[in-house]
Design a protein around this ligand. Structure first.
Ligand code: DHB
Length: 309
């Protein structure tokens, strides 16, 4: 057992760092290379019922401290990911499905099928910001409750929610009530900040093509928002629900901040897209060094121990 091993919803992770759903996790080859990497889990791209090509290019642009994207859920359709699971088991690490329905029925169908599969966890994405005409579900608490009530009893595997950023405690409180009511076992905080706009003043233009330039912001820009959401949910959920922190994890020190805020593990998206799979080992080693230097021998001994002034 390493100093950074952890658990999410009762499932063991060999380290604190895994990939986030999004970059480089849609094809079988990409998922295999995640299996071979030091990512402590294989998190799959959010899938839909039918395969999708996604939005027109340019749809992902790196920025000095992160990225803006409007991918539009390019994926192979959930049946392919169900097929991949059997082959990915050989990597002996947790496999996480991510489902992103375009309707309530879609969520039911996909959760039911992944419940019958060999995945370890199911992340229900309630926060994709990039489909024209489809608001992020998790901002609509009534619709979220309908989905949660329809998917809660479809099997025994732990269900989690991928949440968007909330910027008022009243929203986190409403969502926390649903999480506890419907026995959700983990949450992933946060998805990219939806519908942001980056402008190129030289060209006097937007920099991505879909949705008139509006897209999800990720990377270092969003770390304080992500930390705030992890912390707010940590305080609201009383240790009953595991938390993945995601948003701007670039270094071991970033991961350590998420640990203090209360995250059980962190996911890395933007930096993985930029740096490749070496980032998992690098960030984990940096975190190990911090823990060693500070005299902490486990994730559990630090988790949530943020001091207040
Ligand atoms: C996409 C973006 C997201 O933030 C998400 O949660 C799922 C999918 C996308 O555009 O592909």
């Amino acid at each position: 057992m390493s100093r950074t091993s952890t658990q999410v919803a009762g499932v063991k992770f060999d380290s604190y760092i895994c990939n986030a759903s999004g970059p480089l996790d849609a094809s079988f080859e990409e998922l295999q290379s995640l299996g071979e990497s030091k990512s402590s889990a294989i998190m799959m791209k959010s899938c839909t019922i039918e395969p999708r090509e996604g939005n027109p290019e340019p749809r992902y642009v790196r920025l000095p401290h992160g990225a803006i994207q409007s991918m539009g859920l390019p994926n192979l359709g959930y049946k392919k990911y169900l097929d991949f699971v059997k082959d990915l088991k050989k990597y002996s690490k947790p496999i996480i499905a991510s489902v992103s329905g375009l309707s309530l029925d879609d969520y039911v169908v996909m959760v039911k099928e992944f419940q019958k599969s060999d995945v370890d966890l199911i992340e229900v994405n309630l926060s994709c910001p990039n489909i024209e005409g489809k608001p992020q579900v998790a901002y609509d608490f009534e619709q979220s409750e309908k989905i949660l009530s329809a998917i809660r009893n479809l099997g025994k595997k732990p269900l989690g929610l991928k949440l968007p950023p909330y910027n008022d405690f009243s929203f986190q409180k409403q969502m926390a009530e649903l999480i506890l009511k419907y026995d959700i076992k983990f949450i992933t905080c946060i998805n990219s900040i939806g519908n942001t706009l980056v402008i190129d003043p030289e060209k006097e233009s937007t920099i991505i093509k879909p949705k008139r330039g509006f897209g999800g912001l990720s990377g270092e820009y969003i770390k304080p928002v992500a930390l705030a959401n992890v912390r707010a949910f940590y305080e609201l959920l009383n240790g009953k629900v595991s938390i993945f922190g995601v948003g701007g994890v670039n270094t071991g020190s970033d991961a350590f901040e998420f640990l203090l805020a209360g995250a059980d593990a962190v996911q890395v998206g933007t930096v993985f897209e930029k740096e490749g799979s070496g980032c998992f080992e690098r960030i984990n080693m940096e975190l190990e060094e911090i823990l060693l230097k500070k005299g902490y021998d486990s994730i559990e001994s630090v988790k949530g121990n943020l001091k207040y002034l």
